[in-house]
Design a protein around this ligand. Structure first.
Ligand SMILES: NC(=O)c1ccc[n+]([C@@H]2O[C@H](COP(=O)([O-])OP(=O)(O)OC[C@H]3O[C@@H](n4cnc5c(N)ncnc54)[C@H](O)[C@@H]3O)[C@@H](O)[C@H]2O)c1
Length: 362
């Protein structure tokens, strides 16, 4: 059995990310659970796989446990699903001493976190992420959200969890495509400021692609550590935390354009990172070799790197205007000087963005 703990230390909260490769390890956080009223929020895919195991473990600490299983999919990350959760909490008389637990991928983590942030102006919650993407990114750092018809994650709040419990063996049931999607966010850490991590990923690529559990447990712990370091520097994303969004403004536009049906989030992020590299070249921040190197790196993990010409590039730029980082129609994007050196570029003009997108279409 492999087990690791990563600490997140913030001015107003401190919590552990407990990573175990064979079980949901609640023992070190039992004080948060004893005699609590708990609602587990999951979905109709993950609940049948893991809810019983989680519930049985939790029965060691409390006997009042409810479960809601929402429909599965990014298209359900909506006000309606949020209402379902808070209506349930109202019905069961949940108050600030009670607890929400997410059990699922990033969609469930974000929605549960947002319900916890908003119910009674904030109740405690614990994340149990079960997808790779949620384990390396979405469950850590306290960004919670639901989507609005105008765009992704437009309704949200910063609300830190009390703990994150990761059982990496849950990845055995994750569809292969979703696993690859999680690798998109994983690679991001190497690209933004951890070049040694990119080398580590390259060295272990065959074990990672084969989903070797000890390697994945190390990989997830490293990613949580990197994310924690950045969140500790800038919890509310007023500066450096924005670099975690490498490729994301492009990705969110791609996802909105395709109604969340054609690409998973991580697939869209991988394409978005290539567009960011291309734009860095157009703005003379990097050499053209950067894009080639990045594409090779992404291909080592079977990730998509180009977008079909059927997608209207101009429309994507319009959708990018909805991004929270756009101020007075000036785009603020995360670009790359080299692999492992990301920076924030303000005042990017739309013609350059359009050209970068077009150069990444086939
Ligand atoms: N809050 C943040 O900081 C942050 C960061 C990155 C991404 N996100 C959000 O995360 C979401 C994407 O997360 P995701 O990629 O996990 O998508 P997801 O939650 O839709 O999960 C992908 C699919 O895998 C299924 N699944 C999850 N775990 C499984 C398991 N162990 N076995 C079988 N199936 C399983 C899910 O039910 C779903 O069908 C997006 O909404 C994105 O905005 C948030």
């Amino acid at each position: 059995m492999n087990s690791k703990t990563v600490q997140v230390n913030l001015p107003n909260s401190r919590y552990d990310i407990v990573i175990n490769d064979s079980r949901f390890d609640f023992e070190s956080i039992k004080e948060l659970l004893i005699n609590r009223k708990i609602t587990i929020v999951s979905n109709t895919t993950v609940a049948p796989l893991y809810e019983e195991e989680v519930r049985n473990q939790l029965f060691n600490y409390t006997n009042c446990i409810y479960t809601i299983a929402l429909p599965d999919g990014e298209e359900y990350k909506t006000q309606k699903s949020w209402s379902q959760i808070v209506d349930f909490l109202a019905d069961k008389n949940f108050n600030r001493s009670d607890l929400l637990i997410s059990l699922g991928g990033g969609v469930i983590c974000d929605m549960t976190g947002f319900a916890a942030a908003t119910w009674m102006r904030g109740i405690n919650f614990i994340q149990i992420p079960t997808s790779l993407l949620a384990q390396v990114d979405a469950s850590v750092g306290g960004k919670t959200a639901i989507n609005h018809v105008n765009g992704k994650n437009l309704i949200g709040a910063f609300h830190q969890p009390q703990a994150v419990i990761i059982n990496t063996s849950t990845l055995s049931t994750l569809p292969k495509r979703e696993f690859r999607s999680g690798l998109g966010e994983t690679l991001k850490y190497g690209l933004i400021n951890q070049p040694k991590f990119s080398q580590w990923l390259k060295k272990h690529s065959s074990n990672i692609n084969a989903q070797d559990l000890p390697t994945l447990t190390k990989l997830i712990a490293k990613c949580c550590q990197y994310k924690a370091q950045i969140v500790q520097l800038d919890e509310k994303e007023s500066g450096i935390r924005a670099i975690l969004n490498l490729g994301h403004t492009f990705a969110h536009a791609i996802e909105t354009y395709t109604h969340y049906k054609t690409f998973s989030h991580g697939e869209a992020v991988a394409i978005g990172m290539v567009m960011a590299a291309e734009l860095s070249y157009l703005l003379k921040s990097s050499t053209h070799n950067l894009r080639k190197e990045l594409i090779k790196h992404l291909q080592d993990f079977n990730l998509l790197t180009m977008l079909s010409k059927d997608i209207n590039a101009k429309k994507l730029v319009e959708l990018m205007r909805l991004d929270k980082k756009v101020i007075n129609n000036k785009h603020r994007l995360i670009l790359l000087k080299s692999l492992g050196d990301a920076y924030i570029q303000a005042n990017v003009c739309e013609e350059d963005i359009l050209q970068a997108i077009k150069n990444c279409q086939y």
